[in-house]
Design a binder for this molecule. Structure first.
Ligand SMILES: [Zn+2]
Length: 425
């Protein structure tokens, strides 16, 4: 199957300017980038007529997809109260069926908003991976480990065994939940297993300010010492979600060379946890991805919205309009996310790279005046997911002009509503 995406404005995080060109896609890969006028014979042609942009697919680098079923519960309450009184009691009742259909619902939302890969921490993860593969998106799943329990680690490792043969689409990690939900010895055991099996570790870290005091009081450790002592810093790779209270100075005190941070600005604001010093941190380490966190604390699964919030919050809190430019947040939303999840040759528009792409309609009022020189700024500050005309993973449309070519939207919504009703009974 050959597909030509003709006469498009190409834009990615490593191009300083957009470029009008055509993309030839074969076997799920961008096989050639051609001058806009060229049109070799192809089985399928989509002509952008210079009025469409192509950008790499977004990566949602930290979420709990099935939490869409818990959306709207305990609004406007602090993290601890929200978790303990609303979320955890209901999560204890979640079955495999709830999680499967909740994830399918979340994936309808994410596909329509340009997400082509996501990192998910939850439980019943085989069901989550099945939902992702049926939808056609890439996933970095991990079994969320709350509380010490060797059986939970065993489940996490079994997930890696089960999906070993699907490495282009499934990149399994281990998922210790957070410093306050695990003992330090058990976390060390998980990180040792990660090293032994060459797996990444996905962890919530410094989401709220009191975690710093918690680390000091319970373990006598600073954040840097905790990352070193636990083995997170020396794991094959680590994904640290939130890091709202990470002092940029900490980056000099521990080895962050194998670590990526995931900034979740909207969830952090909504839960009143604070605002990460993105400008200060990104000056010291470029490996920062973006995530939505679960839909119960965001409440959207929209990386485009995170991109805009990340840039605006960094500028506003620093009182510096030059802080975190548009191209930097686009890099976080695409290339850095792809690297952090462990999907090579995704996240840029390059020959030989995967055709994980978002097609954006520039023939809309908010894009009047867009050109090669200003496209990054138009996308981040003026655009939004409402302008997405198509989302493609490995050359296959998972969303196209309001519809889902390979998913039964009505069935998924009906099942998700049923699951939600059943859960709240
Ligand atoms: Zn989370």
């Amino acid at each position: 199957m050959t597909l030509l995406l003709k006469n498009m404005l190409l834009c990615d995080a490593l191009r300083e300017r957009g470029e009008y060109a055509s993309l030839l896609i074969e076997e799920g890969v961008i096989s050639a980038i051609l001058p806009a006028g060229e049109a070799p014979p192809c089985e399928e042609v989509v002509d952008g007529r210079g009025k469409m942009a192509l950008i790499p697919g977004f990566v949602n680098a930290h979420t709990h997809a099935a939490m869409v079923l818990l959306r709207g519960l305990g609004e406007d309450s602090p993290l601890k109260v929200w978790l303990e009184t609303k979320i955890w009691p209901l999560e204890a009742r979640l079955t495999r069926e709830h999680i499967y259909w909740g994830t399918k619902q979340a994936l309808l939302e994410m596909a329509a908003r340009g997400v082509t890969a996501f990192a998910d921490m939850y439980f019943e993860m085989d069901a989550v991976v099945e939902a992702a593969l049926e939808t056609g998106v890439r996933i970095a799943p991990c079994r969320g480990i709350v509380g010490d329990g060797p059986e939970k680690l065993a489940e996490g490792l079994a997930l890696a065994d089960t999906w070993r043969g699907h490495k282009d689409f499934v990149s399994v990690q281990l998922g210790p939940h957070a410093p306050y939900t695990l003992s330090l010895p058990f976390l060390k055991e998980i990180c040792a297993a990660a090293k032994d099996r060459n797996l990444g570790v996905h962890f919530h870290f410094l989401e709220t300010q009191d975690e710093i005091e918690y680390l000091r009081k319970n373990f006598g450790l600073s954040p840097a010492e905790y990352l070193e002592e636990s083995g997170i810093a020396s794991a094959p790779s680590a994904l640290l979600a939130h890091c709202v209270w990470l002092d940029p100075a900490t980056l000099d005190e521990a080895d962050f060379s194998r670590t990526a941070l995931v900034h979740n600005p909207n969830s952090n604001c909504k839960l009143g946890s604070g605002i990460m010093d993105l400008s200060g941190i990104s000056a010291k380490m470029p490996r920062i991805a973006l995530g939505t966190d679960g839909a119960a604390s965001n409440n959207r699964l929209d990386i485009w919205g995170e991109m805009r919030s990340a840039a605006l919050l960094a500028k506003g809190t620093r009182r510096d309009p030059t802080a975190v430019p548009a191209r930097d947040v686009l890099r976080m939303a695409t290339l850095e996310g792809a690297k952090a999840l462990g999907f090579p040759r995704t996240g840029l528009i390059r020959e030989g790279w995967a055709a994980d792409l978002v097609l954006v309609d520039l023939d809309s009022p908010s894009y009047v005046g867009v050109d090669e020189g200003n496209v990054h700024g138009y996308l981040v500050y003026a655009g939004g997911a409402e302008d997405i005309a198509g989302t493609m993973v490995a050359g296959r449309w998972i969303y196209r002009e309001g519809g889902y070519p390979h998913a039964d939207r009505e069935e998924i919504l009906a099942k998700a509503k049923e699951m939600r009703k059943n859960l709240l009974q």
